[in-house]
Design a protein around this ligand. Sequence first.
Ligand code: NHR
Ligand code: GAR
Length: 225
Amino acid sequence: MPVPNPQDKLAVVVLASGEGTNLQAILDCAATGELPVKVHAVISDRSGTPALQCARRADAAAQICAAADYPEREHYDAALSRHIDQYKPGLVVLAGFMRILGGHFVDHYRGRLLNIHPSLLPKYRGLHTHRRVLAAGDREHGCSVHFVTRTLDSGPVIAQIKVKVMPGDSEDTLRARVLRQEHRLYPEVIGWFARGRLRLDDSHVVLDGKRLQSPVMLPAQEQDQ
Ligand code: NHR
Ligand code: GAR
């Protein structure tokens, strides 16, 4: 058996469709050494996204796997897997990735595929969460990191941060408040995984050897509590 070297960094591939601010938060923590990971590649389903620029600046491979090239979802998923598996990642991170992934794909990465979602799951699965929270008149909102399983936004939740909904909030102000917390939540959870503290066991989240009964709640930064 090879002896694990504590200096070894976990190989990570990030899938991102958009701005890439969560990606940037992860790259920043990796650069300081706070996060023992190396982001080998960033793959986007669209060309010209800011996320790809972030990747290039950080010397990670920036690849496009365009949905338009694969009319069938299964073919797209298979192509995406081929891109990812070149890098032999120990962890695949969805960071604002906007395409639903099929069961085959998800099963292949089971236990090593994470997503960040802008709501307090199980509330507000799917898209336009900030708009829906405002329309419902909720007083609190937040973000969740979960293991991805076959059912959309329904995989076991690992950790969450709550924020207050303020009077006068617009979709944009609320999105910005949640996003600030996403940038803290995702590196924290990825760090647990990279240090071998976190795993998925039979649909249960195990942290430090114990099954979680409910997600870990991390405190928001004071200004956003
Ligand atoms: N795939 C599976 N199987 N399970 C999950 O939990 C997934 C997933 C793929 C992506 C991220 C998710 C989110 O955090 C995610 C979780 C895209 C859509 C969507 O409706 C919904 C949820 C998420 C990502 N996408 C449309 C589609 O037809 C396209 C929307 C667009 O391009 O703007 O794929 O919210
Ligand atoms: C984040 O708020 C993320 O939680 C959300 O999109 C944003 C991406 O921002 N994800 C989804 O809605 C997935 N459907 P970023 O590109 O700046 O990280």
